[in-house]
Design a protein around this ligand. Sequence first.
Ligand code: HEM
Length: 377
Amino acid sequence: MEELAKKYGPIMYLRLGYLNHIVISNAEMAVQVLKTHDADFASRPLSIMGKYGGFEYSDVVFAPYGDNWRLLRKICEEVAHMVENIAKHNQEGKPMKMRRIFHELTNNNICRMLFGKYYCFLGKEFDDLVDCVIELGEIASKFNISDLIPILKPFDVQGIEKQLKHDMIGGGTDSSAITMEWALTELICHPKIMKRAQEELDTIVGKTRPLLMSNLPNLPYLHAIIKKNFRLHPPLPLGVPHLNAKDVQILNYKIPANTTVIVNIWAIGHDSKVWKKPLEFDPDRFSNSDTKVGGSCYNVLPFGSGRRQCPGLDLAQHMVQYGLATILHAFDWFPQPGIKLEDMNMMETLGALCPKAEPLVAIAKPRLSSQIYKQCA
Ligand code: HEM
């Protein structure tokens, strides 16, 4: 889609099935949709995902813009603010499948807030929950033909409807886990950057006690790394589609009512007119800048912006910052034996969510005294 935008421009019309779509691919156009005409574009298109995954459009992600959505949104924001403490981890010095560990971290925080329940990392119940979240992400990544050609709806040609009816649970947990897996991968590939982040941690936290949440504001280099990672690897590369309930004029373009509007977050974060070396992992350019990832800087929009912006933004940022800072402070990280840094697989999965195509397997070596790991347990 980024290639198409280079050819046809930052606002592109696509007719998919019977439905009108526009794709927004730069910051200037994103301001029009997410700020200037935010209220007009604040609805969501109908989709099979919203019907079954979104409980008949009654959950906050898929609810049409209106009173019900406002209520749900308030609850979400309250829940997100409740986050204070995040589970801490320590591991033995053998290769670990990091995706599952990050899922445990993010799922447990959200589950504890929503259901008052902690899922045991090694238990089957937790495994089932993680599998459901991953599966829902995979289903959301499929283009559902009957959303685009409604006449095909009764036939469920891809079997998506059947799958969704089967698994009606999910959550905003996958994106935080995806973020941490990408960030750790980038740091393993860039040992000098990892070392600098650890030096910052050693200066602020020291090596004789575990990291506290109150240390987080004093770690600017870590924040720069996370921002850089959000720009390079936005977990939802195309966000969640918007819809305008009435005709809207943006700059010279008239957007007819009921158009599905896709903001291409990935293309905006990789725009070579804004970012000099868009594919490079270089936190320094963020460390002295005021660039924020929370929706006020339209050149980097991992959480979207405006009325439908992600309400889990603060929670997700806290989880990612605390999770990443803790594992960097406590351990040195290496690729699994036999894999050279230059051979690390950096392919993205193509879909609504954008995890690493190949899950990260890494080796952790403790860098603090064994007493501290006992305190964390
Ligand atoms: C790194 C982590 C996360 C990223 C990058 C992310 C990103 C996004 C994006 C791009 C959107 C669509 C915004 C738009 O429509 O313009 C969104 C919506 C949403 N996110 Fe997140 N998200 C993350 C974590 C979370 C968490 C932890 C939660 C829940 C606690 C959450 C709950 C939601 C909900 C409920 C919506 C729909 C909001 C609405 O439609 O009004 N997200 N997120």
